[in-house]
Design a protein around this ligand. Structure first.
Ligand code: ADP
Ligand code: MG
Length: 322
């Protein structure tokens, strides 16, 4: 489509890498994967009004479109290298593209991730990013490896992004002195941090791993299904930010933490005897991980309340058709 837009993207995303033989500008990119590594690839689409609220700042959309894909690579224990970007725009809006690319590059540049090609078309605003990363042979983290007796851990805090979306959807008219707390949660929604260093550190350590995009219950459920096991979660152990706990009562904070999507934390399992060692290793990387439960025989995810009684199954997390 618009040559100017593609040129604008190419200029802003320049990232020299020896393994990009041919980047943006030809009919296809030509890439040289490092010998002896396996290639991990993932693609995710963000549609305006579905995956991000209408009116989200272009730079936030650019960050998030890349971040959700990098989170998938993190969950596999892969190191990112290259990306493709398919942009569908209602109009040839250079301001939007400029902002979008600014957010995209802010995340891509420190990782030395190269944008090597894409597609630009007209239509309702939607963005697809495909990412490519490397992982040593046989060392990818998978969903299927959880074993009975393993501990279940989660990085960071849960429920912030869902509470951020709630804050956007329920604007407060008067200054109640808590705008800073809401801004923190909205930032967690718009600028998720892909846990790439955690993912690579978990190679050979975690028995299973998934990133939390649809909510803890839904995504840990994927590990259970793939591994043929069940998980028991302790509500009292779920890590939650002080912003979430200050703005919401226990019932809704728990709901956000269990079922809210878009946090992009990593949920993983390790043999029970390795928990402290793995936690110490991740702490050295600057990322806390909390033990929230354990793997047992059976199927599905159960949650025990602070009083020791099992909680009734709540609404599941977001399930997408695509
Ligand atoms: P073709 O018609 O051969 O597919 P295009 O005109 O769509 O070529 O794209 C020209 C070049 O610009 C290609 O190298 C393509 O990968 C790149 N490109 C197009 N759109 C984007 C985009 N949104 N982001 C990055 N590269 C893009
Ligand atoms: Mg094309």
């Amino acid at each position: 489509m618009e040559f100017d837009l593609i040129e604008l993207i190419r200029r802003h995303c320049a990232q020299p890498r020896d393994d990009v033989r041919i980047g943006i500008g030809d009919d296809a990119a030509v890439l040289a994967p490092p010998p002896g590594q396996e290639l991990a690839v993932a693609i995710d689409t963000l549609v305006e009004g579905v995956h991000f609220p209408r009116g989200t700042a272009p730079a936030d959309v650019g960050w998030k479109a890349l971040a959700v894909n990098l989170s998938d690579l993190a969950a596999m224990g892969a190191s990112p290298a290259w990306a493709l970007l398919a942009l569908t725009l209602p109009t040839a809006d250079a301001d939007f593209v400029e902002g979008f690319v600014e957010g995209f590059v802010r995340l891509a540049r420190p990782l030395r991730l190269a944008l090597v090609g894409g597609d630009t078309t007209r239509g309702p605003l939607a963005i697809s990013v495909a990412v490519h990363g490397f992982v040593p042979p046989g060392q990818a983290l998978v969903r299927a490896g959880a074993r009975v007796g393993d501990a279940v851990l989660i990085t960071g805090t849960l429920g912030d992004a869902a509470a951020g979306l709630h804050a956007l959807q329920h604007p407060v008219r008067e200054d109640d002195g808590r705008a800073g707390l809401r801004d923190f949660l909205i930032e967690r929604l718009n600028r998720p941090t892909p846990r790439l260093a955690v993912g690579t550190a978990l190679r050979g350590q975690a028995t299973a791993c998934v990133d939390v995009s649809d909510g803890l219950l839904a995504d840990l459920g994927h590990i259970c299904t793939a591994s043929g096991v069940a998980a028991e979660i302790e509500a009292a152990l779920l890590p939650r930010s002080s912003a979430l706990l200050e703005l919401h009562d226990e019932t809704s904070a728990l709901h956000f933490a269990l079922s809210g999507g878009d946090d992009y934390e990593l949920c993983f399992t390790v043999p029970a005897g390795r928990v402290a060692e793995v936690q110490a290793g991740l702490a050295r990387l600057g990322c806390g991980a909390t033990k929230i439960g354990r793997i047992v025989e059976g199927d599905g995810v159960r949650v025990r309340g602070a009083d020791g009684a099992w909680l009734a199954a709540g609404r599941p997390g977001w399930e997408h058709f695509a």
